[in-house]
Design a binder for this molecule. Structure first.
Ligand code: NAP
Length: 257
């Protein structure tokens, strides 16, 4: 039998950490399935990955339109997939920075539906293929899943829940050949995370990064994910906490201005 390529599914691949992870895993030799709601962005990413570099190397990628809040959409992705060796549950994000006293119920609902239920739906749907392929689930949580901060209520709650599901999965799957890794980043400067949080207000979205010399970038998180999934099969990297050097906690950030 010839060399078998491995398939990696990345949710939320239309931007930020997901897109960087897809590029990186394709470069590591995975066939990548890039999934999110905005199909045009996924199609561009596929073209980029499949374009040969000057040395003639090219990646293999496929786009799938996916809404992780829809059971049907998740089922359709699973049905169209022959095998899966790596699942990166990355789709998600924060909506709003209101105090609990001012909480917007719909924001909390969306955050739970994407960051927690989305992770559950994707994992449940792909688990049979992951078990068959001695696979690996990587859950992109957040520092916000471990450390609460003022205004973080809904996001903290959702990411703490995602952390809990990640831990439960590792307990439940100990007798099966599936690895479970959590990657918990601190401040990452991606194109859209903060824009989404502040409902498209570009000025408000810039504020968290103001005076921070070098926040993490999406490629730094992709690097952590690539490292975790390329360890030998008996090595389970449980959790990677990663912050920029200028951050010690969500509320302890060094700013030069
Ligand atoms: N940036 C940070 O500081 C930071 C820090 C820690 C953790 N994180 C976490 O890292 C992950 C990626 O964040 P990012 O910074 O790369 O943010 P981003 O640039 O806003 O990307 C979020 C991705 O999630 C996708 N998404 C959102 N809702 C979805 C849904 N219902 N179904 C499918 N895809 C959906 C978006 O694509 P579509 O809109 O096209 O669907 C997009 O591709 C998130 O889970 C976030 O919570 C981010």
């Amino acid at each position: 039998m010839g060399y078998m390529r491995k398939t990696a599914v990345i949710t939320g691949a239309s931007s930020g950490i997901g897109a960087a992870t897809a590029r990186r895993l394709a470069a590591e030799g995975f066939d990548v399935v890039v999934a999110a709601r905005r199909r045009d962005r996924l199609d561009d990413l596929v073209k980029e990955i499949e374009a040969a570099d000057p040395a003639g190397r090219r990646g293999f990628a496929r786009a799938v339109t996916l809404d992780v809040t829809s059971e049907e959409s998740v089922a359709a992705l699973a049905a169209g997939l022959r095998e899966c060796h790596v699942l990166v549950n990355n789709a998600g994000g924060a909506h709003g920075l209101e105090s609990v006293a001012e909480a917007v119920t719909e924001d909390w609902r969306v955050m739970y539906d994407t960051n927690v239920l989305g992770l559950m739906r994707m994992t449940r749907a792909l688990l049979p293929k992951l078990v068959a392929g001695a696979g690996h689930v990587v859950n992109v949580t957040s520092l916000a899943g471990h450390v609460p901060y003022v205004g973080g209520g809904g996001y903290n709650a959702a990411k703490h829940a995602a952390v809990a599901v990640n831990e439960v999965l590792r307990l439940e799957l100990v007798d099966r050949p599936v690895r479970i890794t959590e990657v918990a980043p601190g401040m990452v400067k991606t194109e859209e995370f903060s824009l989404v949080r502040f409902r498209g207000d570009a000025e408000a979205a810039e504020r968290p990064y103001e005076g921070v010399e070098a926040p993490l970038v999406a490629e730094d998180v992709a690097d952590c994910i690539a490292w975790a999934v390329t360890r030998p099969p008996h090595v389970n990297i449980d959790r990677i906490d990663v912050q920029p050097r200028a951050q010690a906690a969500p509320y302890r950030i060094h700013r030069t201005s």
